[in-house]
Each structure stands twice: as structure tokens, then as C-alpha cells.
Design a protein around this ligand. Structure first.
Ligand SMILES: Cc1cc2nc3c(=O)[nH]c(=O)nc-3n(C[C@H](O)[C@H](O)[C@H](O)COP(=O)(O)OP(=O)(O)OC[C@H]3O[C@@H](n4cnc5c(N)ncnc54)[C@H](O)[C@@H]3O)c2cc1C
Length: 395
């Protein structure tokens, strides 16, 4: 069992809260402090672009750690005060407080990327305030322009179409979400947005904002909407972390237990962390809800010296245009894509489609559109990197 006396968790979002809970359930009896930049009780982010935005739930409904749960965990909370530096054995907060401890877990998440010259009135979506401000802007709007064809923008677009708004989605590449899906499945995803009622403009390069409601494209065309949202991805939130010897090229480089390389006594989880993948080599950062949860459990076990849970393959989901999209594994490792279920890849109905990504003969990922039952069944095959013949036998 751990000999540590005090663990400080920096970042009070999903990864931070789960780390605290897992430390206690793994038997850690020492002091725990949780530091968070935002003033609110820790909350969950997926509903920000879904139920909270559409009004199907309230801010109370997305709280991750309420007052009662906190009491039971015996945690010292520092909310509304961001960490500004991490020294050896101490974290420094914006209000001048220094907290000393013998272990630190960094869980500061990510912050939305901005475009050059992005005016203040243009929306982004990462925080509770962002979601509430977007919701109130959409209430009086007739039109929405989404810059970027990623999941968060498309989820907002989907909700806005349902409310009867005229919705345009600008995507600079020939298919939306190319990084997540690649070309062939990106085409299916683009069809989902377009068939769902979004005016998807592919290869559309924004050159500048005229103001907070008008953008100019490369050919000089101007587009205006009542509300403009930029959803072009997020950067790990680590500009506060000035620590020599730590690699922060794309997230904080960690080993496969979440220990930060070059910083003994420090771990990192969630969107900010790039963990080593011992099976495939290299460091990878995932902005997936389940990755933050799984990493928190592994780190807590590592800190207390308990047996960690087995890591699973990366998993994400997104709800939009009436379908649940799910991805299992690492699509970027695939060198070919094949239809495993449904007709979407050959231009037919998107619902029920499952695409398999293969590296040579081995299955490395699947993506499903409204095909949850099938995605579950392929999990074991992605986990073990099954050969093509076994994968197709599931047909
Ligand atoms: C709108 C939206 C919708 C999403 N939908 C899905 C989905 O459908 N499916 C899915 O798989 N994933 C989804 N995600 C991703 C998922 O929510 C994240 O992967 C998850 O929240 C990561 O947890 P985290 O703890 O790393 O980061 P966060 O939950 O972002 O928590 C980080 C916390 O650290 C705080 N912080 C930042 N800097 C500092 C500092 N210097 N000091 C102290 N605190 C700091 C932040 O304020 C924040 O509260 C969505 C994300 C967003 C934004």
C-alpha cells in the first residue's frame, strides 16, 4: 500500500474527479487536494453539445461531484483558482497559494483552438459558460454557421437543424473529420450531415472574419449567419506547466501507467496526456471520455501500488442527426477499410453501417453508425487484432 501522504490532482474535470474517486476506492487514506480553474462543481462535458444545449437537461444534471459525494471523499477543494506552475514537490496557484505534496496528477484537459483574428462574439464550446451562451444565442437565431466538420460542431449543427435553423457547416478538407475516419468513412459521415439537413460545404477555406457573424472564404464569397461557432479541435491545456525535461509536443508524454516522463512523482490523465502504447509504440493523446476514465483508474492504482485494470482499446461516441456514431480502436493505423455491416460505404443507408479498418490482415478499428449492437460484438476482435477471415465470419 502507498506510503504517500498527500496527492494533489490538478484539473477538476472528468479525469481529475475520477482520479480522486479511484484513489479512495483503491484504499488511499492520505490527504487529497483537487485544484480546478473553474468556479463550478466539477461537471461532465458531453452534454454541453447535446442535452444541455437543447435544454433536455439543466446544469445541475451534469454535475460529476456534488457536495454529498465530496464529503464522503474527504477532499480539500480549490475551485476557481488555476494552477500556474508545478515545481518539484509543490504546485503554485493563481492566488499565490502553494500546495506541497508528494504526488501530483495533471488533468487539465484541453482548450478549443482559435482561428487567427477570431472575434469575441464568435462561439467556441468547451465549458458550461460556452454551452449556456451558445444556447441562449441559438434561441433567437434563424441561422447557424459552424466552422469545422468535427464532432462537436456537427452535434451543435444537428440540434440546430432540429430547432428549424438554417445550418451551414464549413469544412476545409474534402471530407469532414478526416483525422478520425479517413477518406472512405469520412464520405459517409459527410453524407450524414448533409442528409440530416446541414448545408455541408467541403473544401471551404475561411480566410478571415469580417465580423462576428460574417466570414470570407478563399474565393471571396461571404457567408453570414446569426450565430457562428468555431469547432476546429482542441489543444492540450498545458501553457501553465513550465517544467524543464517534460516533453509536451502533443500533450504530456507519459509511460503506459501515466507517469510523466522526466518528472518523478507526477502523473497525467485525460485530454492533456499522451500515454505510451506499449503494444504499438509511440505516445498517443485521446480526447475521449472513456480514455480519461480508464487512465484515472490506472493512475490511482499505480499511486497506491494496487493491480491496475487491463487497458482497453480507445473508444468514442457521438450523437448527431438521429444516430449514435461509435469508434473502437485506432483508425489511423488502418491501411484499408472494408464494409462489415450495412450499406453506407457503398452509398446506401447509413444507419446500421459498420466499417472495419485493417492494417494488413489485422483488424485495428471499427466505426459504426447507428449500429451499437454490432460495435459491441466487434470489440473483442479489435482487442485481439483479429485476422480478416475471423472478422468477416461475424457477418
Ligand atoms: C462539448 C464536448 C462534447 C463532448 N462529447 C463527447 C462525446 O460525445 N464522446 C466522447 O467520448 N467524448 C466527448 N467529449 C470529450 C470528453 O468530454 C473529454 O475527453 C473529457 O472531458 C476529458 O476529461 P479531462 O479531465 O481530460 O478534461 P476536462 O473534462 O476538460 O477537465 C479539465 C479541467 O481542468 C481545468 N483546468 C484547465 N487548466 C487548469 C489549470 N491550469 N489549473 C487547474 N485546472 C485547470 C479545466 O477548467 C477543466 O475543468 C466531449 C467534449 C466536449 C468539450
Amino acid at each position: 500500500m502507498s506510503h504517500l501522504e498527500h496527492v494533489v490532482v490538478i484539473g477538476a474535470g472528468l479525469g481529475g474527479v475520477r482520479t480522486v474517486k479511484q484513489l479512495r476506492s483503491a484504499g488511499f487514506e492520505g490527504a487529497i487536494s483537487l485544484v480546478g480553474a473553474e468556479p463550478h462543481a466539477p461537471y461532465d462535458r458531453p452534454p454541453l453539445s447535446k442535452q444541455l444545449l437543447t435544454g433536455a437537461c439543466s446544469p445541475k444534471g451534469i454535475v460529476l461531484l456534488g457536495a454529498d459525494a465530496l464529503k464522503g471523499l474527504n477532499v480539500s477543494m480549490h475551485l476557481g483558482v488555476p494552477a500556474v506552475a508545478l515545481h518539484e514537490g509543490a504546485v503554485e496557484l493563481a492566488d499565490g497559494t502553494t500546495i506541497e505534496a508528494d504526488a501530483f496528477v495533471i488533468a487539465t484537459g484541453a482548450a478549443p483552438r482559435k482561428l487567427p483574428g477570431q472575434p469575441d462574439g464568435v462561439h467556441a464550446l468547451r465549458t458550461l459558460e460556452d454551452s449556456l451562451s451558445l444556447r441562449s444565442a441559438l434561441e433567437d437565431a434563424m441561422s447557424l454557421l459552424v466552422v469545422g466538420g468535427g464532432f462537436i460542431g456537427a452535434e451543435v449543427a444537428s440540434g440546430a437543424v432540429d430547432r428549424g435553423l438554417q445550418v451551414t457547416v464549413l469544412e476545409a478538407l474534402p471530407v469532414p473529420s478526416h483525422r478520425a475516419f479517413g477518406s472512405e468513412v469520412g464520405v459517409v459521415y459527410g453524407r450524414l450531415i448533409a442528409e440530416g439537413g446541414g448545408d455541408l460545404r467541403l473544401g471551404a477555406k475561411l480566410t478571415r472574419f469580417v465580423d462576428s457573424t460574417t466570414v470570407e472564404l478563399a474565393e471571396g464569397e461571404r457567408l453570414t449567419a446569426d450565430v457562428v461557432l468555431v469547432g476546429i479541435g482542441a489543444e492540450p491545456a498545458l501553457d501553465w506547466l513550465h517544467r524543464e525535461g517534460v516533453n509536451t509536443t502533443n500533450g504530456i508524454a507519459c509511460d503506459s501507467s501515466g507517469r510523466v516522463l522526466g518528472a518523478p512523482g507526477v502523473w497525467a490523465v485525460g485530454d492533456v496526456a499522451a500515454w505510451e502504447d506499449p503494444l504499438r509504440g509511440g505516445h498517443f493523446r485521446y480526447e475521449h471520455w472513456t480514455s480519461a476514465v480508464e487512465q484515472a483508474a490506472i493512475v490511482a492504482c499505480d499511486i497506491v501500488g494496487a493491480e491496475p485494470p487491463e487497458p482497453t482499446v480507445p473508444y468514442f461516441w457521438s450523437d448527431q442527426f438521429g444516430l449514435k456514431i461509435q469508434g473502437l480502436g485506432r483508425t489511423e493505423l488502418g491501411d484499408s477499410v472494408a464494409a462489415l455491416q450495412g450499406e453506407g460505404l457503398s452509398g446506401g443507408a447509413i444507419k446500421g453501417t459498420v466499417a472495419g479498418y485493417f492494417a494488413g490482415d489485422r483488424l485495428v478499428a471499427v466505426v459504426g453508425f447507428g449500429a451499437a449492437k454490432w460495435v459491441v460484438r466487434y470489440r473483442v476482435l479489435v482487442d485481439k487484432g483479429a485476422e480478416r477471415a475471423e472478422v468477416f465470419a461475424l457477418k
